[in-house]
Design a binder for this molecule. Structure first.
Ligand SMILES: Cc1ncc(C[n+]2csc(CCOP(=O)(O)OP(=O)(O)O)c2C)c(N)n1
Ligand SMILES: [Mg+2]
Length: 671
């Protein structure tokens, strides 16, 4: 590359972009780790985007109608941190850049949501940001339809690398965006032909432009180092009727001796390389030293959106007070006050009629009363709507012809669904939930982990939660999934026993602002075990005494979901034999663990034999069996030890020995 010619053609732009490039070199050198090449390669595109197109106000980073900028190629975090610092985000000080990747700094190795303002989502696992961006754009389209362009009217911009486009989740996301004609979504592909192992051609020969076009995108290209050409492409992409992809031809690690090589991908820390590169940029100041005139130019860019933002504030002020309050509530993630009374009324009705229904059906019953009072829910399923029972009567279908529709047909795309839901939740103003078979948590897991890491309230409706699904067999029967989900920090795993607990689980889950939830729901019908109406939400406490010992307590049975009724039947057997037996329902271990010690002790006192029953593996039960005043010699587990099998559910329970007789026998053994 002839850098002199580039600099001469657009000297002001060149110097502005060099700020990003040199801050990146300095921060990576200070940390002695990180990724230099991507920010050095994409600095021109990002400069034009922030200077001319992105609607934002660095002084109001939470402005709801700002454009969203998603750095899907999260390893290039210094691109984002440099931009946030340069444009004047108050928290992104020079000190933070100096402490890039250090403990306590907001400049984490990869951008992390909740650390620095202006970081819209956590990226780093390649492909996630792109799939989040689709969710952001869906949320924008949904809210614009409901609130009008006066209130919601913005774009979602995403920078994705070769790696993002290779990851499978990108295909799911691209197809979804194309189908939904998300014209406000613009993806800028860092087309540098390089990944860590070498040239992209080592492992790929996909025609990416044809690939996007095949899914209904409008495709553009530009010279990623020519600001005029970049601007032309951005203008065209913004105006195009479909989602837009711009192939930005760039040179990784531009201007360094590592340019166009995989060496340029990682940390360029060699002092000579750095000084030579800076000299090639025409840069004369020392590390982290941005000349005052350049900082002023960048701060003016950061303030460019202030007038727009003020105009938006004025427009919001013209809404009725009721609407203003409702908009603020939805954006804050607060639940409407009516939710609590609505759930109580449903619980009362269930306890009185005591239906025998699958908890997936009970979930639908809950959603039928929830969706009408929480207008921001956006439900969906990965092509299992009739099995997950996720669609309620009033929702309508979200589609280009009906952006007000609140039900999303995600297609067979569990990972894309989960990542899109993260984007919707992060966008704010919407409450996404989506379903699939619990076993296919595996397919969604990459994004589910990020829901937990970011602390976003997404509800995963995972039905067919055990061997109880029967004939579909072991490919579809989750065994290890409860343990795996419970092992995930900041994730609530609900496995309700009946329709009452299911309604309670929904209330508890929706009230979480910073924690995602999984609702593990049965395919098979379950009796109502909560026959006596209680206004208190017992599931919200995680665990509680469902049936106490009739005589002196000798055993405590713990169970979740479909095995609670098995525990109750075992209790009947044992009580008839004069063995006082308590049954504890434990619909959410995480919430139970967060109760104070006194409450946990009341539910799980010491002394008695303890047996846990769950049609899954034992892992995750040991705290309740051995800890919490329990003892190894007096603890047993009735559940699964391997994969399931293909047969009717009743036969499987008998075959795997998950029966009330087996539970009673285990208690007798331990006494
Ligand atoms: C899911 C996932 N797999 C692997 C990685 C490790 N990784 C980080 S960057 C990278 C190469 C990405 O290539 P590209 O997107 O072209 O970035 P560039 O080298 O052009 O900056 C890999 C494999 C990751 N971050 N996420
Ligand atoms: Mg690349």
């Amino acid at each position: 590359m002839d850098l002199t010619a580039l600099a001469a053609a657009h000297p002001d732009h060149w110097r502005r972009a060099a700020c990003i490039r040199t801050l990146t070199l300095d921060a990576v050198a200070a940390a002695n780790s990180g990724h230099s090449g991507m920010p050095m390669g994409m600095a021109d595109v990002a400069t034009v985007l922030f200077e001319k197109h992105l609607k934002f106000d660095a002084g109001a980073p939470h402005w709801p109608d700002r454009d969203r900028f998603i750095l899907s190629a999260g390893h290039g975090s210094m691109l984002l941190y440099s931009l946030l610092h340069l444009t004047g985000y108050a928290d992104m000080t020079l000190e933070q850049l100096r402490n890039f990747r250090q403990l306590g700094a907001i400049t984490a190795g990869h951008p992390e949501y909740g650390h620095a303002t202006g970081v819209e989502t956590t990226t780093g696992p390649l492909g996630q940001g792109l799939a989040n961006a689709v969710g952001f754009a869906m949320a924008e389209a949904s809210l614009r339809a409901r609130w009008g362009a006066k209130v919601v009217d913005h774009h979602t911009w995403c920078i994705a690398g070769d790696g993002c486009l290779m990851e499978g989740v990108s295909q799911e996301a691209i197809a979804l965006a194309g189908r939904h004609e998300l014209s406000r979504l613009i993806v800028m592909w860092d087309d540098n032909g390089i990944t860590i192992d070498g040239k992209v051609s080592l492992s790929d020969r996909t025609d990416q432009k044809a690939r996007f076009a095949a899914s209904g995108w409008d495709v553009f290209e530009c010279d990623g180092h020519d600001p005029v050409d970049i601007d032309r492409a951005l203008v065209a992409a913004k105006a195009s009727p479909g989602p837009a992809m711009i192939a930005c031809k760039t040179h990784i690690a531009l201007g360094s001796s590592a340019q166009d090589t995989s060496k340029g991908h990682g940390a360029l820390t060699d002092a000579t390389l750095i000084s030579d590169t800076k000299a090639a940029y025409g840069w004369t100041t020392g590390p982290f030293d941005i000349p005052a005139d350049l900082k002023e130019q960048w701060e003016a860019i950061g303030a460019r959106g202030a007038a727009d933002r003020a105009a938006w504030d004025a427009r919001i002020a013209t809404l009725s007070t009721g609407k203003q309050v409702e908009f603020a509530r939805a954006v804050s993630g607060e639940m409407p006050k009516k939710l609590s009374a609505t759930i109580k009324a449903l619980k009362k009705q269930i306890s009185e009629t005591a239906p025998k229904v699958a908890t997936r059906k009970a979930s639908e019953m809950a959603l039928e009363v929830i969706n009408p009072i929480i207008p921001e829910t956006l439900g969906g399923s990965a092509d299992l709507t009739g099995s997950n029972n996720t669609k309620t009567a009033d929702m309508g279908t979200f589609e280009p012809e009906n952006r007000k529709g609140r039900y999303i047909y995600y297609g067979i795309r569990e990972h894309g669904m989960a990542a899109a839901m993260n984007g919707m939740a992060l966008h704010g103003g919407t409450r996404p939930y989506g379903g699939t078979f619990m076993c296919f948590t595996d397919y969604a897991r990459g994004a589910m982990r990020l829901s937990a890491l970011m602390g976003v309230s997404v509800q995963y409706v995972m039905t067919h939660d055990s061997i109880g699904l029967g004939e579909d067999g072991p490919t579809h029967q989750p065994v290890e999934h409860l343990a795996m989900l419970r092992a995930t920090p900041n994730m609530l795993v609900f496995r309700p026993a009946d329709a009452v607990e299911t309604a309670e689980a929904w209330e508890a889950a929706l009230n979480q602002k910073a924690t995602p939830s999984v609702l593990a729901l049965s395919r098979q019908g379950l009796p109502t075990v909560r026959r006596e109406h209680k206004t208190a939400n017992l599931t919200w406490r995680g665990g509680y005494v469902l049936a106490d010992a009739g005589s002196k307590r000798q055993a405590i049975l713990m169970a979740t979901g479909s095995e609670v009724s098995i525990a109750l039947a075992a209790r009947d057997i044992l009580e008839a034999e004069g063995i006082g037996t308590r049954v504890v329902s434990l619909p959410c271990m995480e919430l139970f663990a967060s109760q104070d010690d006194a409450y946990r002790k009341r539910v799980l006192p010491g002394g008695a034999v303890r047996v846990a029953v769950e049609a899954g593996v034992r892992q995750s039960w040991d705290r309740w069996l051995l800890g919490e005043r329990g003892r190894e010699a007096k603890a047993g587990f009735v559940g699964m030890e391997g994969f399931g099998a293909s047969a009717p559910a009743d036969e499987l329970y008998a075959h795997f020995g998950i029966t009330s007789e087996a539970v009673a026998a285990k208690v007798r053994d331990l006494l």
